[in-house]
Ligand binder design. Sequence first.
Ligand SMILES: [Zn+2]
Length: 67
Amino acid sequence: MDEETHSPEQSADGSVVCARCGTAAEGETAPPTWLCSVEDGRRLLFCESCARLHIRAIESRLDSLWW
Ligand SMILES: [Zn+2]
């Protein structure tokens, strides 16, 4: 009986995918150029190009919150 029921669980939490465009990072951790944002308790990652667009929204949102 050779039952190999080892299911590799390295995709759900291990992968790094841009939350905006879906681009996957090459490594298991986000590159330093990527942006990490926490929204509603979930950690979202944005690739370099999306971070440029997203960071402006974050900054503008922070401004409105602070005022
Ligand atoms: Zn992206």
